[in-house]
Ligand binder design. Structure first.
Ligand code: ADP
Ligand code: MG
Length: 238
């Protein structure tokens, strides 16, 4: 318990630090963007490059914004939220990472899915962790497909991430979600533990199965409104 306390204290401290840094980045960024605006009218010949710089500055700005909301230590916040918006935020954060690894992201999430009762910050963490694993499973690049499906009969939505990576070793499937299980040199083996905990807190289910011909399909099922739904008992690995 003492160890857990110390850990949560550390995490809170890191969160504070990160949000401090994010603010420090945002201020000069605003100055740069303002100056860029005036350059645009002065140098019409370089408009293409200037627009590109502006686009990239906007990207930095939204990434820092996403970091700020993640880092901010917050009370559990529940509300009815569009999963589309949650996932869009995740993609904002992860596009750079994906690009660097030659991974393209296919986003097939209709914005017409019903809103679900959830803590959007925590759900964001779920999909960051899953997307990160998918990207890391494809060292030579590839495609990750993110789908959002509605299951009105069961009153739940399903978010499915399909990658074309190395696949999860058979012997690990049953143990996923236990701490410190990692096949990566620099892995923490904590990502899926956190992910599983958050999904369970939302009375949802997390499953993994093989993709054909290769890779992994991760599926997150989330009830529209878990206040009125019994917790799921679907096991993690299949
Ligand atoms: P970490 O990513 O730090 O290793 P995680 O808890 O996120 O820890 O994942 C645990 C392990 O599960 C990974 O080391 C990897 O072996 C396996 N894994 C998870 N997701 C995938 C995936 N999409 N493709 C292949 N292996 C995966
Ligand atoms: Mg991971």
């Amino acid at each position: 318990a003492e160890e857990a306390l110390r850990r949560s204290e550390t995490i809170a401290a890191i969160g504070q630090l990160a949000s401090g840094i994010a603010h420090e980045i945002r201020n000069p960024l605003a100055g740069i963007k303002w100056a860029m605006e005036s350059l645009r009218s002065k140098y019409p010949d370089s408009l293409d490059q200037l627009n590109m710089i502006m686009d990239e500055l906007d990207r930095i700005d939204s990434i820092v914004g996403e970091l700020l909301t993640l880092a901010k230590p917050h009370e559990a916040q529940h509300g009815y939220v569009h999963i589309h918006d949650v996932l869009q935020g995740v993609i904002t954060l992860m596009t750079g990472n994906a690009r660097k690894n030659n991974v393209s992201i296919q986003f097939v999430v209709p914005d017409t899915l019903p809103r679900i009762h959830c803590d959007p910050h925590q759900l964001k963490q779920v999909f960051i962790n899953l997307l990160k694993n998918a990207i890391e499973a494809m060292p030579d690049g590839g495609t990750v497909r993110i789908e959002g499906l509605d299951d009105p009969r069961a009153r739940r939505i399903v978010v499915r991430l399909t990658d074309e990576g190395t696949g999860i070793p058979e012997h690990l499937l049953q143990r996923l979600g236990q701490p410190f299980i990692s096949t990566k040199e620099k892995g923490t083996g904590l990502g899926l533990m956190v992910t599983k905990k958050i999904v369970q807190d939302h009375h949802g289910a997390l499953t993994f199965r093989k993709n054909d011909p290769r890779g992994t399909i991760a599926e997150v099922e989330l009830p529209y409104d878990w206040l009125h739904t019994a917790p799921s008992t679907v096991p993690l690995g299949e």
